[in-house]
Design a protein around this ligand. Structure first.
Ligand SMILES: Nc1nc2c(c(=O)[nH]1)N[C@H]1C(S)=C(S)[C@@H](COP(=O)(O)OP(=O)(O)OC[C@H]3O[C@@H](n4cnc5c(=O)[nH]c(N)nc54)[C@H](O)[C@@H]3O)O[C@H]1N2
Ligand SMILES: Nc1nc2c(c(=O)[nH]1)N[C@H]1C(S)=C(S)[C@@H](COP(=O)(O)OP(=O)(O)OC[C@H]3O[C@@H](n4cnc5c(=O)[nH]c(N)nc54)[C@H](O)[C@@H]3O)O[C@H]1N2
Ligand code: SF4
Ligand SMILES: [Mo]
Length: 768
């Protein structure tokens, strides 16, 4: 590693998971373009100096050998050629317009818009999308959190989050924060929960994870059987009368109907079916009923497994029945600068069963669109058809769907069938390889960046990060790319923008007035707001910060809707004034800042449901909950006797944000883990290779015998199987790409989220 030339520590954030811990970095190497030292930033309002092991490896993200440095166009023979930006923008704009004019802009699907550390660029995409009439969009949330979002919209009226730093009891299900984080300072927070005798940590996971090892109660569920376990716990809560009647009477609707159903749950049978001793269910219910404050966190272990949507329903029932919503240390609705979920209209039209009808659906398969997102597992079916409504073009930004979505082979087929596919990325990814055009983006350390994954309560914080270094030559930021695309399709007259640019030079207050007036006079200003801000306010911002301009609009919206929380954080005055104060502070406070401070009743006020009451009766989910009495679970078979969890988070995984395998500093990073008895029965040794087969593919894997695994359950890490050039420039694939093994049909029947954690599989010793 090169020495740091300067002793200067620059403020930024780690981009390897959504926690985005604040870090200080030293630069070195040629032109100071390498990140040579990293340490936690104590001044960051939520991470407070914390990092996990991964932050030290950020240079592998910044300086990948396969960074893109020129727009690329696919030739007839399938290879790529470098083209200049003007050509790329003109051709891409012309081809999207041709599709819009011939087939309708609604045939252009936008996918992505942000990963774990980059959400600012995606905020600039709506302007160009509007110009070409693109109406549908998708992103990775529609393969994990759409089921959850459908139920929380109907039950608590918004996105909820727990406070694991202060709760008395933490309930984590299908979630391993030791490796995957998900709340601030995860390892410190987990240790504190674990060692305090007055606090309880309850973990539901088939594996003995690092998190489960710290737990007071580890409910070692059978893979895919969480629905029965959760129902048993809820049944026990009701049948032992451990629920909070007073709280429910004051704050809830629909609980009577739910309680009636839960009263009938055969608790012992359900516990047994889930593989959990009855005593553990009883003890769990007792703790949940007794605790002063409960925080609940679900993640992929249930969201990417059978019954995922009803499991999300169960989790919400758990904290509502015990009165753990809208109080300190419990579950709350945090303020959000930008909401990563969009609210779906709760349809008033219902069928005889009370199920909503008349919701928004996808054009080909007519499937439910949740949170405005086309379900990921349906993408191939929405493309590979001659249906006139099919998607014919895609614009993909900051995402690697060929790698990350179920059934990579079918996803590649779908991309090949498109009339046009444009990918905006920093690296030559699996998805970029399938594109017609690739546009090279500047990295997250070469432009201003921000994420909107901050969910803390009662104080929520945000960090706008400035660039550490100039863009890699040949690259552009996403805001600049979207601006140029829009200018090629629906340009403004200079006269429309010039007055705003001049007002910006006179300061934010002058700009606010000028913008309000311009938006009134000219509807195009609001229609393309982020673009207008970038081109008018952007040039007046400090050097390198033009891409931060859209945040001015974000601050205005936040001040208009959340003025009191903003004022308590110190940004007060009439909305436009408070917003300007906040925006200025975001530019100044490079370690991040607290942008809202909530009062105890904030969650009830933020709840969008009538009267701020929570709602427990959701007919669609209650029917599924009742149907569990049939004990119909997804099962293994003689052909596929094992359950593969395809995509575990480990200490050296970061989705596909880092592509260079040299970042891996542990020797079990790539292995398939298996229980010792299973390995012995199959004649497979620790460190040996074996053949892994699913309905979609057969691959060779290196096996690690691991006591943490339960019998019949095997697990592969996520984010590998990437093709990356070695020092000689030869492409080498390291590890297994999990979605070569998964199938689009294996999915939730309600939200269509994939069963990546429940892939039926067979493992055989090589030579057997
Ligand atoms: N190190 C690292 N951290 C990350 C990421 C990363 O790639 N690497 N990615 C980030 C992203 S995008 C996300 S969404 C989060 C995901 O974070 P997590 O959801 O915590 O990650 P996973 O390891 O995929 O799955 C969590 C757990 O589910 C368990 N599980 C498997 N099957 C079942 C089941 O049937 N029931 C139950 N109850 N549990 C089951 C697994 O054993 C595993 O411990 O992590 C984020 N953080
Ligand atoms: N089998 C299986 N599949 C899974 C999972 C699993 O557990 N099992 N987990 C799923 C989950 S939870 C998630 S969230 C998805 C994640 O999958 P995706 O959202 O598709 O993508 P990521 O792997 O996070 O990678 C983001 C992309 O952004 C690019 N990038 C990085 N920085 C920038 C930038 O500044 N600008 C631009 N334009 N691009 C940038 C990276 O090179 C990369 O190609 O994977 C999912 N897929
Ligand atoms: S990967 Fe680790 S250091 Fe980086 S943001 Fe996540 S928790 Fe923080
Ligand atoms: Mo994710």
């Amino acid at each position: 590693m090169p020495e740091a030339k300067s002793v200067d520590w620059k403020k930024t954030a780690c981009v390897l998971c959504g926690s985005n811990c604040g870090v200080l970095v030293q630069l070195g190497g040629m032109d100071d373009r390498e990140i040579v030292r990293v340490r936690g930033d104590k001044a960051h309002p939520s991470s407070k100096g914390y990092t996990c092991n991964k932050a030290l490896q950020l240079n592998y993200y910044q300086n990948g050998r396969d960074r893109l440095d020129s727009p690329m166009r696919r030739r007839e023979d399938g290879s790529f050629e470098r083209i200049d930006w003007d050509t790329a923008i003109a051709e891409i704009a012309r081809r999207f317009m041709a599709i819009r004019d011939e087939h309708g802009g609604d045939k252009i699907l936008y996918y992505g818009g942000g990963g774990q550390g980059n959400h600012l660029g995606g905020g600039y995409s709506p302007a160009f999308r509007r110009a070409i009439g693109s109406r549908y969009r998708g992103n990775a949330l529609a393969q994990e959190k759409t089921g959850l979002s459908w139920v929380f919209d109907r039950m608590v009226g918004g996105f909820y989050h727990g406070d694991f730093e202060h709760c008395q009891t933490a309930f984590l299900i299908g979630k391993n924060p030791w490796q995957s984080n998900g709340f601030p300072r995860a390892r410190v927070t987990l240790r504190q929960l674990s060692k305090d005798p007055d606090r309880k940590l309850i973990v539901v996971d088939p594996r003995i994870t690092e998190t489960a090892e710290l737990a007071d109660i580890h409910l070692r569920v059978k893979p895919g059987r969480d629905a029965w376990l959760l129902s048993a716990i809820l049944g026990e809560l009701v049948q032992r009368d451990l629920i909070d009647h007073g709280w429910l009477a004051a704050h809830a609707n629909g609980h009577e109907a739910v309680i009636e159903v839960l009263r009938e749950i055969p608790v012992a049978d359900y516990a047994d079916f889930a593989g959990i001793p009855l005593g553990q269910v009883e003890e769990t219910a007792r703790i949940l009923g007794d605790t002063d404050s409960l925080s609940v966190l679900e993640d992929l272990g249930i969201e990417m497994a059978p019954n995922s949507t009803v499991n999300s329903y169960h989790c919400i029932l758990m904290f509502l029945l015990t009165g753990n919503f809208g109080k300190a240390g419990a579950v709350n609705l945090p303020s959000q600068l930008v909401s990563i979920f969009s609210t779906d209209r709760i349809s008033n039209e219902r069928d005889e069963a009370g199920h909503e009808i008349g919701f928004k659906t996808t054009p080909v398969t007519g499937s439910r669109i949740i949170s405005g997102l086309v379900p990921c597992n349906l993408l191939p079916d929405e493309i590979l058809t001659d249906h006139p409504g099919r998607f014919r073009a895609m614009l993909i930004e900051s995402a690697n769907p060929v790698h990350s979505l179920a059934d990579a082979k079918r996803m590649r087929e779908a991309m090949a069938a498109l009339d046009l596919c444009v990918v905006i990325d920093i690296a030559m990814t699996e998805t970029a390889r399938e594109a017609d055009y690739i546009l090279p983006a500047s990295s997250q350390y070469e432009k201003p960046e921000m994420t909107f994954f901050n969910f803390e309560f009662p104080q929520n914080c945000a960090q706008l990060r400035g660039p550490l270094m100039p863009p890699l030559p040949g690259t552009l930021s996403e805001p600049e790319i979207h601006a140029r695309l829009l200018e090629a399709v629906d340009p403004f007259d200079e006269a429309e923008l010039e007055p705003l640019r001049r007002a910006a030079e006179d300061g934010l207050d002058a700009f606010a007035m000028a913008f309000a007036q311009a938006a009134k006079d000219n509807p195009k200003i609001n229609h393309y707001a982020a673009y207008v801000l970038y081109r008018t306010l952007g040039p007046s911002l400090p050097k390198g910060m033009a891409e931060g301009a859209a945040l001015w609009g974000v601050a205005q919206m936040f001040a208009a809707t959340e003025g009191e929380a903003l004022a308590r954080a110190g940004y007060d005055g009439p909305a436009p004034v408070a917003a300007n104060k906040l925006f200025q502070a975001m530019l100044d406070e490079q370690s991040g800042l607290v942008f809202s401070v909530d009062e105890a009743d904030a969650s009830f006020k933020r709840n969008r449901l009538p009267g701020g009451m929570v709602n427990l009766a959701v007919p669609e989910m209650l029917d599924k909950l009742k149907a569990l009495t049939d004990f119909e679970a997804a099962e293994t078979s003689a052909e596929f006797p094992m359950v593969l969890a395809a995509g575990e988070r480990r200490s050296y995984t970061a989705n596909t944000v880092i592509r260079d395998p040299a970042w891996i500093k542990s020797n079990n990073a790539l292995t398939l883990s298996i229980n010792p008895d299973d390995a012995a029965n199959l004649g497979i040794n620790d460190g040996g290779t074996a053949r892994l087969t699913t309905a979609r593919d057969t691959v060779e894997v290196v096996v690690e015998v691991d006591k943490r695994m339960q019998s019949g359950h095997i697990s592969l890490p996520n984010g590998f199987g990437l093709s990356y050039p070695n020092a000689q420039g030869k492409q080498v694939v390291t590890g297994i790409s999990p979605n070569e093994l998964t199938a689009v049909e294996d999915r939730d029947d309600f939200a269509y989220t994939p069963w990546h954690k429940f892939v039926l599989a067979r493992l055989e010793a090589i030579g057997a």
